[in-house]
Design a protein around this ligand. Structure first.
Ligand SMILES: Cc1cc2nc3c(=O)[nH]c(=O)nc-3n(C[C@H](O)[C@H](O)[C@H](O)COP(=O)(O)OP(=O)(O)OC[C@H]3O[C@@H](n4cnc5c(N)ncnc54)[C@H](O)[C@@H]3O)c2cc1C
Length: 401
């Protein structure tokens, strides 16, 4: 089986990349260890993905956005960051911008379903589901991919999108720096008595971090970060006791809360690959940059990175060039590093500082919020980065006399 491109992993990044190559005439295979039924109808996994404006635009370009039911897209109008026992909040909203919302919240399984539907049936795309990639060998002349069932694929380029713990990355000998935060994040949907007004809160309390992400209706995604043994207890509680526990932990801010979904737990490990490319090989998605979810950038970066690589490949293919040319791959690598490295470091630093409850850290946590709020250029810069809508807001003009 001979292909131009073999993609390892049909998660949202791998499928988006496959769809990005539509219309190029390149033959593409995508290998996924999950059965095809899980791609056609992915189960709810608790993650509600905060999408930036750039990501919404990219998903429109992939013909995936319109496949997400409109009522499942929740606008995010304001975000508030709070610290410890204080009610002081750093606020981000669109007051001085042209956009109506900071971004959108969409459940991860619906994004997966939409990109699958957009890619399914694409000419020159072969989906090999229900089988793992066992081995990848590449050299300057080509790549060979061995599947767990013994089949072999040959390719001009292999692109790995096989999770932040990418086995393919390891087999290629590409090291990755990993930071284990020693905490677990639990996510689920809760219904509550009071309206959220489409305001998200990230509350770095002492001893716990709780985010509430506003979904349509009186429903929020509760995102709770705690040591693993405490998360185990929350996961094991019966639904009524769990609702009461979250109401109490969130200090009744949205009234009584009731569990309305399954609960899911994710260990918090951030990963950054030392290189994104090798001989006829590239990493995309979490396999390249696996973010801590606190700044909600993981999939946003995944979408951006696959787009950058696909644009390079399309340009090479249209002029009959080598789609795995080392210079092309290096251009992708440096563009994606530039787009992600600072945010990766900043996100890790934020997550570490705001889960450190010692006195000096408490003082710094409070000071950082106040400085961020009171220095408009800093505030706008952070907001523009979070929204990925480009540019800083124009200064307000004085009224006409
Ligand atoms: C709690 C939580 C909240 C998040 N919130 C946000 C957010 O608000 N905004 C945001 O942008 N991001 C967020 N993220 C991050 C986002 O979910 C990830 O960045 C995204 O899912 C990564 O997609 P991916 O395709 O790279 O990898 P994955 O989704 O991990 O998919 C990888 C695929 O590869 C397959 N695979 C693995 N190994 C093999 C193999 N050997 N052979 C074949 N197939 C293989 C797997 O089965 C899987 O289908 C969040 C993450 C978590 C955990």
């Amino acid at each position: 089986m001979q292909f131009d491109v073999v993609i390892v992993g049909a998660g949202p990044a791998g499928l988006s990349f496959a769809r990005s190559l539509a219309g190029t005439g390149l033959s593409v295979a995508i290998v996924e260890k999950l059965p095809e039924s899980d791609l056609v109808n992915p189960p709810f996994d608790g993650r509600e993905i905060a999408l930036t404006h750039l990501s919404a635009e990219l998903l429109r370009g992939l013909d995936a956005w319109s496949r997400i039911p409109a009522e499942e897209i929740s606008p995010l109008r304001e975000a508030r960051v709070m610290n410890g026992a204080s009610s002081y909040a750093m606020r981000f909203n669109t007051a001085r911008r042209s956009e109506q919302e900071l971004g959108y919240l969409v459940a991860n399984h619906l994004i997966r379903r939409a990109v699958y539907e957009a890619a399914a049936g694409q000419p020159h795309l072969t989906l090999l589901a229900g089988v793992s990639v066992a081995r990848v060998d590449t050299d300057a002349s080509g790549a060979r991919v061995r599947l767990a069932d013994g089949r072999e694929l040959a390719a001009r380029l292999v692109v790995a999108a096989d999770t932040r713990f990418s086995e393919t990355r390891r087999r290629q000998g590409i090291p990755a720096s990993m930071h284990d935060f020693g905490k677990v994040m639990m996510v689920c949907r809760v219904e509550h008595d009071e309206p959220h007004e489409h305001i998200a809160t990230e509350w770095f309390d002492y001893g716990q971090t709780i985010a509430m992400l506003p979904l349509n209706g009186n429903v929020s995604s509760a995102v709770i970060t705690l040591p693993g043994h405490e998360i185990d207890q929350l996961m094991a509680m019966d639904p009524a006791a769990f609702g009461a526990e979250i109401t109490e932990r969130y200090r009744n801010r949205l009234g009584g809360m009731r569990l309305v979904s399954t609960r899911h737990a994710y260990p918090l490990v951030a990963v950054y690959a030392e290189r994104f490319v090798a001989n006829r090989f590239a990493l995309i998605g979490d396999a390249a940059v696996g973010m801590h979810p606190v700044t909600a950038h993981g999939f946003n970066f995944g979408l951006r990175g696959q787009h950058t690589l696909a644009e390079e490949i399309k340009a090479a293919a249209s002029r009959g060039g080598d789609i795995a040319d080392p210079a092309l791959l290096r251009r992708y690598q440096s563009a994606h590093r530039r787009a992600t490295w600072l945010m990766y470091l900043g996100t890790n630093a934020t997550a570490m500082l705001y889960t450190d409850d010692r006195l000096p850290a408490r003082v710094m946590r409070d000071a950082a919020l106040r400085i961020g709020n009171r220095l408009p250029p800093v505030h706008w810069a952070v907001q523009a980065r979070l929204m990925e809508s480009g540019g800083l807001p124009r200064p307000r003009l004085p009224p006409r006399t």
